[in-house]
Design a protein around this ligand. Structure first.
Ligand SMILES: [Mg+2]
Length: 123
């Protein structure tokens, strides 16, 4: 699941992972706010989700709020935070809240693909 308030993320991810999506390696669920993401996660079997990749700065609840909610209720669910380069404060807070991994913008999609495949149990 990809959580970001920027709508462009959907076309960007669909484009960069076109082959993976076509091969059914995984599929994306997009949410454009922490609230939308949480309503999705809390209504679904969270084991169906391999990974939540969340932006931090969003209007309304932040990615850190979402991280806390997810880890309180579904501690086993993997959450990767997208941080801005050099944003030590958010990095430290996310780490303290139990974030499993971090990726910086601009996103290295090859590195992200490897991480997703590792979590999905594929090579
Ligand atoms: Mg944002």
């Amino acid at each position: 699941m990809i959580v970001d308030d920027e709508q462009d993320v959907e076309s960007l991810f669909n484009q960069r992972f076109r082959r993976d999506l076509k091969n059914n390696n995984f599929e994306f669920q997009f949410a454009f706010s922490a609230e939308e993401a949480w309503s999705f996660v809390s209504n679904l079997n969270p084991l169906d989700i391999v990974l939540i990749l969340s932006d931090i700065n969003m209007p309304g609840k932040s990615g850190l709020d979402l991280l806390k909610e997810v880890k309180d209720r579904f501690p086993q669910l993997k959450v990767m935070m997208v941080t801005a380069y050099g944003d030590q404060q958010n990095y430290d807070r996310a780490f303290a809240l139990g974030a499993d991994d971090f990726i910086t913008k601009p996103i290295d999609f090859d590195a992200l693909r490897e991480k997703i495949n590792a979590l999905a149990g594929k090579d």
